[in-house]
Design a protein around this ligand. Structure first.
Ligand SMILES: Nc1ncnc2c1ncn2[C@@H]1O[C@H](COP(=O)(O)OP(=O)(O)OP(=O)(O)O)[C@@H](O)[C@H]1O
Ligand SMILES: [Mg+2]
Length: 574
């Protein structure tokens, strides 16, 4: 699985390659120290050769210094490589998410995308660091220490024939029992993250409904579930250490017993025994390290597979055509269009939609909540693709355009709109970064935003909070309309964009659009009949189907749904 992520290393690749090299150099040096020590005892001390002791001792110090140096180097390199890896990986995931269509985002949900970009990448980063350091160090140490021990005394090494399998199988049993428990634990973490994220995103709603206690309890429950699951997994792992120590001290006792007898029989030197014991410790410690690295890697497999899921996600709306035609005009034609969010014919949200809008026309769309008004207009800038039929914009199928070209010509003010942190001007320029001050002022005047912006002490330089929290709902809507106007679109779609604006201002905005951008096709979705009554034509949607198309007068005369809505709203006025 990691293989898939390796291309993400980018320019940090050389550090990822250098790290294991320095790890190996360090191990070689570390392995030689017990050997020199045994020589000091067996040759230097035994013969009272002070020069030999000093020389070998000096060599040992030198080796130790180099081992320290190499250790520091691979520590630094592995840090550079793994942190760089995480950065490149995050960038790659982020880039991919930017390409996601609305349907892709629906599938993953926002909180899970956030977890994947943060926690999951951190897990992958940790495993990566372990692999290039510990997973190189431990096996290499295990093998070299075993070779050294066998060189010193093959007979005594037979002890490892017992010790290693015992320790290995014990650790294996513990680890394999712990895996499923750790996996369960990660799931609980996911739940907890989801609960936190949902709460934070909706914190205003929580407060408005005074649901803090309920949310607190929900969070406590999920935190408790994490505690239990974590404890459940950890309580198995606590066995690893005692088993390890038991085997280690058992082996050392056996080595002393048999080794002592060999020394008495003058078949082994005491320095050799010293070296042997050091190597045996290194062997058993490496074994334990390997088993723990494996636990960690398996744990992060869940994270890695969640990351790969994103990288492998098929983007369902992409530029298929090689040509890049311009959008000629603002005409829109729907031909037998059907649509389903689940791409399933039995679950149609829009069914057999046919209509035609000429360039520069103003069209209203009216229909009950859930009648698929938003769904219908989202198909025009290809936020979703049709299931059947086709949509023509400027006389061509929307799928013939490059997505950027199409969306630059079709500005849509979304029903659930957001502003970004930054000044009002930054936010407006977000629609068109090359907009001049005059253009900005003109767009704001059309959208009836100019007066209230100028009423702020800092005018266009007023800082907006995250999501535009410090402007009112109606002000926010007018800013988003101005932002869309700055794109100078051929088609402007307003999805319930004046719902929070009073009727008089609403009418002024429509007047402004008519006078200033008369060649732009305007599609207005509204709940209020008054918002669409002066449109060139009005489409009445009912449960995903077109119920009627006509002017205000025609519909009043012929369409019962329209008349009912109109009369109920008139009553409200009266
Ligand atoms: N992203 C989505 N995934 C799945 N189903 C969806 C999605 N968005 C909307 N729907 C469903 O599609 C249907 C039409 O929704 P749509 O938002 O188009 O209605 P609407 O007419 O705009 O309603 P409103 O007036 O409340 O804005 C609804 O039944 C809704 O549950
Ligand atoms: Mg809607």
């Amino acid at each position: 699985m990691l293989k898939k992520l390796l291309p993400c290393l980018g320019k940090y690749k050389k550090y990822a390659i250098l790290t294991p090299i320095f790890v190996i150099l360090e191990v070689i040096l570390e392995i030689s120290i017990p050997f020199l020590m045994s020589k000091i005892i067996d040759v230097g001390v035994k013969n009272g050769d002070v020069d030999f002791i000093l020389q070998t001792g000096g060599l040992m110090v030198l080796i130790a210094v180099f081992a320290l140096l190499f250790g520091a180097i691979h520590g630094r390199f592995s840090a550079i490589a793994s942190v760089g890896f995480a950065k490149e990986l995050r960038k790659k995931i982020f880039d991919k998410i930017q390409d996601f269509s609305f349907a892709n985002i629906d599938k993953f949900t926002t909180p899970s995308l956030v977890t994947r970009l943060t926690t999951d990448v951190t897990n992958a980063q940790m495993s990566f660091m372990m692999i290039i350091r510990l997973l190189v160090r431990a096996p290499f140490m295990l093998i070299s220490a075993t070779i050294m021990a066998i060189t010193i005394n093959p007979g005594l090494s037979l002890i490892f024939l017992f010790a290693i399998p015992i320790l290995a199988s014990a650790l294996f049993i513990v680890a394999s029992k712990a895996f499923p428990r750790f996996k369960a634990m990660l799931k609980k973490y996911d739940n907890m993250n989801a609960s936190v994220q949902e709460n934070l995103i909706a914190i205003r709603v929580v407060k408005a409904f005074v649901r803090e206690d309920y949310e607190n309890k929900k969070f406590l429950d999920s935190a408790e579930a994490v505690r239990l699951a974590h404890f459940n997994a950890e309580k198995l792992l606590v066995w690893a250490m005692p088993i390890m120590q038991l085997t280690m001290y058992g082996s050392i006792t056996a080595i002393f017993w048999f080794g002592g007898n060999l020394i008495i029989g003058e078949k082994m030197l005491s320095g050799e025994l010293f070296g042997f014991i050091t190597y045996s410790t290194q062997i058993l410690v490496s074994l334990m390290m390997i088993s723990f690295v494996f636990v960690q890697i398996v744990l992060s497999r869940a994270s890695v597979s969640r990351i790969i899921e994103i990288l492998d996600e098929e983007i369902d709306i992409r530029d298929d055509s090689n040509e890049d035609p311009e959008v000629k005009d603002g005409s829109v034609v729907f031909e037998n269009v059907s649509f389903s969010y689940s791409k399933n014919k039995d679950n149609l949200v829009l069914e057999n939609i046919n209509f035609e809008i000429k360039p520069g026309e103003t069209v209203g769309i009216i229909g009950g909540t859930g009648s698929a008004k938003t769904t219908l207009v989202q198909l025009i800038p290809r936020l979703y693709d049709v299931l059947e039929g086709r949509i023509l914009v400027g006389g061509r199928d929307v799928r013939d355009y490059k997505i950027k070209t199409l969306r630059d010509s079709v500005a849509m003010v979304l029903q659930k709109n957001v502003l970004f942190s930054g000044t009002i001007k930054d936010n407006l320029k977000w629609g068109n970064e090359n907009a001049t001050d005059e253009e900005i002022i003109e767009a704001c005047k059309i959208a009836q935003a100019y007066d209230f912006i100028m009423s702020f002490p800092k005018g266009f330089e007023t800082e907006l909070g995250q999501g535009g929290v410090n402007v009112s709902g109606g002000q926010k809507q007018r800013l988003t309309i101005a932002r869309a106007l700055l794109k100078k679109p051929k088609i402007l779609i307003l999805d319930d964009s004046t719902s929070a604006v009073d009727t008089a201002t609403d009418s002024k905005i429509r007047q402004g659009l008519k006078e200033n951008v008369s060649d732009t096709t305007v599609i207005i979705i509204a709940q209020r009949i008054s918002s669409v009554s002066d449109a060139d034509k009005i489409i009445v949607l009912d449960d995903g189907k077109i119920n009627a198309i006509g002017t205000h007068e025609e519909l009043l005369a012929t369409n019962s749904i329209y008349r009912e809505v109109y009369e109920s709203q008139q009553k409200g006025v009266a």
